[in-house]
Design a protein around this ligand. Sequence first.
Ligand code: ATP
Ligand code: MG
Length: 981
Amino acid sequence: MGALRLVQGQREELLQALCLGGSVEGLESVMDLLLAWGLLAWEDYQGLSVPGQALSSRVRGLLDLVCIKGESACGLLLAACSRVFPEARRAALSLGGCEPPQEGGEAGPMPAAQALRSRRPLLVRSLRRGISAALRALLQSGDFTTCDCEEVQLLLYTPSQQARRLLDLVQSKGESAATILLQHIQKSEGSPSAPEKEEHPAECLLYQKKLKSSLSAQSHFLSTYGGMGNLSLDDIYTEALLEVAQGSGEAQQPLGLEDILGQAGTLNEEADTVLVSGEAGCGKSTMLQRLLQLWARGAALQDYLFLFSFNCRQLSAEEREVSLRDLLFTQCCWPDRGQDTIFQYILDHPHKVLFTFDGVDEFRLGFSDVHRVCCPTQCAPVPMLLFNLLQGSLMKGMRKVATSRPVAVTPALKKYLRKEVLLKGFSTEGIDCFIRKHHGNPSVANHVLEALQSNTALFCLCHIPVFCWIVSQCSGELLGGGRSPQTTTDIYLMVLQHFFQRCSSSRARLGSDWVQERVGTVMRLGRVAMGGLRSSCFVFSGAELQRYGVTEEDICTGFLIHTKDHSSPESRHYEFRHVTMQCFFAALFIVLNNDIGSSTIQSLFYPQHQQESVLAKVCFGPCLSAGSPKRGAQEAERLNLEITATFVCGLLSQRHRKLLLQACPAPTLDRKCRQVVRALSKGMQRHFKSIPQPIQGEKKSMHAMPEFVWLIKCIYEMQDVAVAKDALARLEVEHLKLTYCNIGPVECTALAYVLQHLRTSVGLQLDNNSVADVGVEQLLPCLEICHSIYLRHNNISDEGIRKLIDKAIQCENLQKIGLFNNKLTDACTKYFAELLKRKQHFLSLRLGNNYLTAEGAEQLAEGLRSNRSLQFLGLWGNKVRDRGAVALAQALQDSPSLVWLSLVDNGIGNAGACALAELIRSSKTLEDLWLTKNCITREGVEYLLRALEENTTVKSVWLRGNELSPEEVEEVIQRDSRVVF
Ligand SMILES: Nc1ncnc2c1ncn2[C@@H]1O[C@H](COP(=O)(O)OP(=O)(O)OP(=O)(O)O)[C@@H](O)[C@H]1O
Ligand SMILES: [Mg+2]
């Protein structure tokens, strides 16, 4: 079939494939190729890259354009898709066999601007590693201004997008800028068109081949799918949200998979270890598996000749002392020949070697840098070797990627990190994409998605991939009627039932007494689970399972799976399908076992007071060989116990009582429920007691620790309003601070459920979390009790604002909103304008570091004009420029309340300054005006100085970082001391 007909016939499929996951990367990579091949003229490209245009409209635009251009254009589009799409996506489409034009075939030298276009795909790859250096070169040559640099480095863009914006801007500046950029790239990397071919010893290449094929095989399937259907990682892998950790000083920035090893977010150039941290089940192991797979098939990280991957869960079972050489060759991949040459090559070329360590938190020992091992042939205990590798005393210069849950990232480890990247689970588009991949049948996928849309609590849970997997796995149960899950316990009970149903001999649905029927299996697996958690043991040998009385039939239920690549192949080893499943079985054991007394429950809720022996004695007796008490890593252990405790709360909720009564007498359940409620209440009291008495004149404020969020989640799991009310009964606080607490949509659901029962209104400060639009929606029920809400750094976009403001307008108490550093654009300013018009007691609006321009400022001005109460307006770090400043200043001229206005770093020049001078002249209330980092010259400052002569309320006008010479600064300060530099 001709290419044109293929494009037209598969329009819908191509649209979906190019929009998959909501990421623009696919479309932009295709456009890079089409530009390079000359199919897209520069004007075509610009027409398809209008800022703010929805991804789907851009893709439609491209499809229309190539169809108009005809047969050969369609052929090139299909060839580009075939290069860009991963195998699974390619397989689902018919892309024809059109060959792209020969690259580098152009004869003779070409103008630099044209070279930028024809080498674009290569240049994007090369620039993403060194954006800052390229910008410096362009700044130095005078081709770029600081404003240009800022535009390129907008944090909204991934490094690849930044590279494209850079190329686009250079293109628009002309030949001189293009020449500078090409020279810079050639200098830093050698000629981009002819990368140097490195020679490697033949033994190394052979070894690499073996390593790649072994990694390829290992990474083909995901363990959660083991023995269930035949979905491979390729089929199911969905991009999750990756961000630079906030501590780096660089604000949130989305990253692609390969950017983990890129420059973005680097804290310490001298360190080798990149840490990917994320909560349980958010996809750390899967992401690493994908990275290995891409390397093995030559699709990523090809700068590394060798990649050695380790699973800390398995490493920690190694009790022998080993050397680095053993670690690589025995534990990872054995070289069939030339061991010495290969090892020497590795030692001589550390930058060619990449290590990955999955689940550093699962290591039996916490990270320590006390013992040094510097010699690669010296034998040492495995933990010591690992820690020395991570800190760089062993094999300095060799890059390492480690994953861990955040709790185990101790200050001792942080010291040695090159950078930290946060994995935040699926985005809303990611959930959609995952569910469609999981269900080949689109109609089932649509039904599951509809079910999620009608249950926002469940939808929020699906942002965590492991929960999303369960929900997809249990679609039959989900769609089969009955109560829709609200809590994590609900979905784990659903998966419990699902697995029992799967292995049930009769095809008929399980009877309503299924718990009673299966209680033996539940208790045996529960005992193993609990025993393992208490000793940080996640891998069990067949012999250990036998000692616990676990039967073949128990194993066949599918909750346990064979461990991949375990070092002792002579005996089978098992692990739970996911560690959260191990926690769930442990919780079932605690709730259903008659012998569990109050001390066990106490030790679950007061980890710091636990006596080492209590749980161990009750749960495992002499069974577990690996169960010797361990030192360190308590933080990670605590996290698993916290997850277990959350499940215990859920299981003891009234909602599941009928089910559990099948396996446990009512008095036992009642007793445990009372104990848990008491423990929760005491836990909250401990927090409240820690609130210091307020200093006179200040608000009574509580800074919650992460444990507070866990307690809130436990209360939510119980789904009992009385428990929520009781837990908050003694909380008297005016300001509740929950910053840096890893709060995502799931936590927002729980917080709103509990906090809405506060008896007095609070300021709720949720800065530096991952609330996002979905989380904002979940928070709405508790907005009524907030007098202020702060959501700085939370990945919130215009859609979240629409919902927030809709509700905020109805909330009597609410007077302050802080949204610094989110993803707000001009599309949301109309909502704020409405809020300002409708709420005449509103005090403070802070929208700094977003993406507002003059247009947004003009819309905001509409609201400001009719507001009589606003005192603080913060727009720091937007780009309202002169036009926006004029609109704002005019709208605020009649404000009877404005005290503080910040327009720092907004590209404002003299015209803006002139309008702001009028504001100074007319305002009777304004005290502070912040205009730092703009482009005002001495002329603009003169307007401000003259206005100040007529104003007595203004205390300071901040002007540092504008375009004044040191002499002018000196002279201005002399004129009016209220002007501050
Ligand atoms: N990117 C992804 N695409 C598709 N499925 C995913 C993805 N990430 C995670 N999953 C699903 O969620 C399950 C759990 O993810 P994973 O084991 O990677 O989480 P984790 O962060 O390593 O958890 P833990 O902290 O317990 O080690 C996977 O087995 C898989 O089924
Ligand atoms: Mg993991």
